[in-house]
Write a protein that binds this ligand. Structure first.
Ligand SMILES: NC(=O)c1ccc[n+]([C@@H]2O[C@H](COP(=O)([O-])OP(=O)(O)OC[C@H]3O[C@@H](n4cnc5c(N)ncnc54)[C@H](OP(=O)(O)O)[C@@H]3O)[C@@H](O)[C@H]2O)c1
Length: 385
């Protein structure tokens, strides 16, 4: 018997994860349907996606952009707007699964709403767990929600853990490509350009995560994300540089055995795994060609050169609101770097100084996270000016 396709709401449809998700969904029309698309303000990009994927409705966070979209689209589909519109879509009865792929802290509240409405969540927005991990994971448990990671490292760990007892896990090993400045001398980092930082060697992603990859903050955010998803303390989550990005992460077990998940650097694979979890479905595309790879290398990250990684471990150790503060300061710093207002090396400075100015508090309620985020943004901005 054929079942009806699962209705999916994609938050961040115009982004890199959003567009890859739409391709995965399009290739499996009997299984999935892109029912709602949510973006911030990219009117033309959304118009193109609507023409191709024919969702029932859309939402734009930006009210002015939503008005512009309504004028172009007419009454061919439902158009909602603002945070309220996004919240409404996430909670609708005709949404079975939410792909959370907005960028940054903006992903937290819609994801929280999806948890409250007991939707299955495929999570790309790592900032949600960095800023609100304690609250989100508590509510996920209370509401019995499936929260499945899309991030390739966490998808790899999830795949390695299938069939294993939690007590047999010794540690998680997250792999990192090392980004575009892996071999750049530390003295050169102060003068690297935005274009150089955006030139990631292996992955094609949105601008914010690409800069995070260049500073290694992305790996720091992933350590915190892994802590909340897999419930291990920071000292049992390691990072290893693996420039070829073929091994997406590993799990070491108590007997010394190590399982790794391998694949080409293409986000469609972890996205499809999150949608079909715990099953697998055939997927077309290139396969790992081992003789073609020839060698895979691994080494320790240089934590003095890439200070953001150390800042993230420190924030996780501090706990409470510290990771939310670090996340917000990082968003301000990355935006300032992309706007060419600060140098690459000022990114960790700004985050470190904002963390130093904050006394971590508890994070059991949303308003505590929002206040910490607000404090960090204003403090980091005051340091910029
Ligand atoms: N790209 C990857 O390969 C990858 C891998 C793992 C995890 N992730 C995570 O997935 C999330 C999305 O990454 P991405 O690379 O797909 O980002 P992206 O290409 O920059 O797309 C971001 C999406 O979010 C919207 N957006 C941008 N700024 C926003 C803001 N300030 N508030 C609310 N919405 C905003 C954009 O809408 P408009 O187009 O309307 O501006 C777009 O739909 C991030 O949390 C990232 O860390 C990405």
């Amino acid at each position: 018997m054929r079942s009806t396709p699962k209705n999916i709401a994609i938050l961040g449809a115009t982004g890199s994860i959003g567009r890859n998700s739409l391709q995965v969904i399009k290739a499996l029309p009997d299984r999935f349907r892109a029912t709602y698309l949510v973006v911030r303000r990219n009117v033309d990009g959304l118009m193109d996606l609507v023409a191709e994927h024919r969702p029932k409705g859309v939402a734009l966070l930006d009210e002015a952009a939503a008005d512009a979209f309504r004028q172009k689209a007419g009454d061919s589909l439902e158009v909602l707007s603002g945070a309220k519109g996004v919240k409404e879509i996430v909670g609708r009865d005709d949404v079975d699964l939410v792909i959370s792929a907005l960028v940054g802290f903006a992903g937290l509240e819609p994801t929280l709403e999806a948890v409250r409405k007991r939707k299955t969540i495929a999570l790309a927005n790592k900032e949600t767990l960095v800023a609100g991990g304690e609250l989100i994971t508590r509510l996920v448990q209370e509401h019995g929600v499936d929260l499945i990671p899309i991030d390739s490292e966490h998808s790899a760990i999830l795949q390695c853990l299938v069939g294993e007892e939690p007590a047999s896990v010794a540690k998680l090993i997250l792999t990192a490509s090392g980004g575009p400045f892996l071999t750049t001398p530390v003295e050169r980092l102060a003068s690297v350009t935005v274009e150089e930082a955006l030139n990631h060697p292996n992955w094609k992603m949105g601008n914010k995560i690409t800069i995070d990859s260049a500073t290694l903050m992305n790996k720091g955010l992933e350590v915190i994300e892994a802590h909340w998803l897999f419930r291990l303390p920071p000292e049992r989550i390691d990072v290893v540089i693996h420039p070829q990005s073929i091994i997406h992460s590993m799990v070491e077990f108590v007997d010394g055995s190590v399982k790794a998940q391998l694949g080409l650097p293409d986000m469609k694979l972890p996205i499809q795994y999150a949608l079909t979890y715990p099953n697998r479905t055939p997927m077309n595309g290139a396969r790992v060609d081992f003789p073609g790879i020839q060698s895979m290398t691994f080494f320790e990250p240089d934590r003095r050169k890439f200070r953001c990684l150390e800042l993230a471990y420190g924030a996780l150790q501090l706990g409470g609101t510290a990771p939310a503060v670090m996340n917000a300061a990082n968003e301000v710093a990355v935006e300032a770097f992309l706007d060419r207002r600060i140098s690459f090396q000022k990114i960790p400075d700004l985050i470190g100084r904002t963390l130093d100015a904050h006394a971590p508090g508890p994070v059991s309620e949303l308003n505590q996270i929002l206040e910490a985020d607000h404090f960090a943004r204003s403090h980091a901005r005051s340091l910029l000016s």
